[in-house]
Design a protein around this ligand. Structure first.
Ligand code: KG4
Ligand code: ZN
Length: 362
């Protein structure tokens, strides 16, 4: 399909524990989300303290058909009015990726539509461009989810350079594991954010890993490390004396606040290093450097605020997305396909197959 003025696209997302479907319509420069639906499997996995891949794959099989039907209905559209089908084909859990991509490719074949296989992280990093204050290339991306923590330079559509990544746990994972240590449920990120509001961030001294660390080229590193932070939470938590339930709840709030403070420092520090690298690469750049914060953890208002403070100080412009678009969704997958269609790009055959491991620097 060539770039055209007006078209609709149906997208599926099933790379982790959300079964999601969305239909977007592009009319010239105007994008409209006709309908978006998510079946969140969070309750199905909560008792296991994390996502169980086999359960997730089966739940995607179970929920996709009715979700697709409902999404078509809410969009007041029918398959013959669609122009393309998109689906996350990686990276992620292989079972869910297979379910989504087989279903999406079958629909594309049945309705004779082009199929766009989308990289999940490209979906996240392009999502702020769906808004009105659209970041233009080149821009910096801080992507933090349950599976990834990356600092990326987005040079253009499909042209991404990884400046730094987590050497161990992802940030969302560190939040989730810390929550479990304190006897809270999965996913821990949003719970810890709530508790942190009533906590004392100075009560527990947590480390800010890799501050000042250098990379192979002797630049200040944009890498992350969060497993030490989780271990420190565990150690400090176990050292607490016997407590009443009220004292324990206060300790949770204080630990959550201390954790946010340490993580806020790390994110500010690493973004500052990325801004230096950006300035070195684009010495002529005089505008505010665009920065986007995406992925499930970007739903966190306390961390957004820390990054906002740094961006104001360093002449950068932070964009985020509405909370519902931070965590996994199909709208961002449809949008990534729209960007490709608008740029006149054909589907990439190598992106059709489910790929559980897939580098963003393809
Ligand atoms: O992007 P996402 O929905 O799924 C993955 O691709 O991993 O991210 C889920 C992660 C979980 O680790 C969850 O705890 C975290 O994002 N998360 C948060 C918040 N909301 C979700 N972490 C911190 N604060 C939040 N408000
Ligand atoms: Zn994600």
């Amino acid at each position: 399909m060539h770039s055209m003025d007006s078209f609709s696209i149906l997208a599926l997302e099933s790379s982790c524990d959300e079964t999601a479907v969305a239909i977007l319509r592009q009319d010239g420069d105007k994008t409209e989300i006709l309908s978006e639906n998510i079946y969140s499997q969070i309750p199905d996995h909560a008792e296991f303290g994390g996502v169980v891949p086999e359960l997730a794959a089966r739940a995607h099989v179970q929920h996709f058909p009715s979700l697709i039907e409902a999404t078509l209905q809410e969009a007041s559209t029918t398959p013959d009015k669609l122009s393309a089908i998109a689906c996350t084909t990686g990276p992620g859990l292989i079972g869910g990726l297979l379910v989504g991509s087989m279903l999406a490719r079958t629909m594309a074949m049945r309705w004779q539509l082009p199929f766009y296989g989308i990289h999940h992280l490209e979906g996240h990093l392009l999502s702020p461009r769906l808004g009105t204050e659209k970041p233009e290339f080149p821009y910096l991306v801080l992507l933090a989810s349950g599976g990834h923590t990356l600092m990326i330079l987005a040079k253009g559509l499909g042209d991404y350079q990884i400046l730094g990544r987590s050497r161990d746990d992802a940030l969302g994972e560190a939040f989730d594991k810390s929550a479990i240590i304190m006897g809270l449920t999965y996913p821990g990120g949003p719970i810890l954010e709530r508790l942190a509001q009533d906590g004392d961030p100075t009560r527990f001294a947590l480390p800010s890993p890799l501050v000042g660390a250098r990379d192979k080229s002797d630049r200040l590193s944009c890498d992350f490390s969060f497993s030490g932070l989780k271990t420190a939470v565990s150690r400090l938590w176990r050292q607490l004396p016997p407590m009443t339930e009220t004292e324990k709840q206060q300790a949770r709030c204080d630990m959550a606040a201390s954790l946010h403070s340490a993580v806020g420092n790390v994110l500010q520090n690493r973004l500052n290093n990325a801004l230096r690298q950006f300035r070195a690469l684009y010495p002529e750049y005089s505008d505010k450097i665009p920065v986007v914060f995406v992925g499930g953890v970007a739903a966190n208002q306390i961390l957004r605020q820390s990054l906002e403070v740094l961006c104001i100080r360093e002449n950068a412009a932070l964009s985020t997305v509405p909370m519902r678009l931070c965590t996994d969704n199909a709208t961002m997958i449809a949008w990534a396909a729209i960007e490709r269609i608008k740029a006149g790009l054909a589907p990439i055959a190598e992106h059709h197959q489910a790929q559980p491991r897939w580098s963003l620097e393809w």
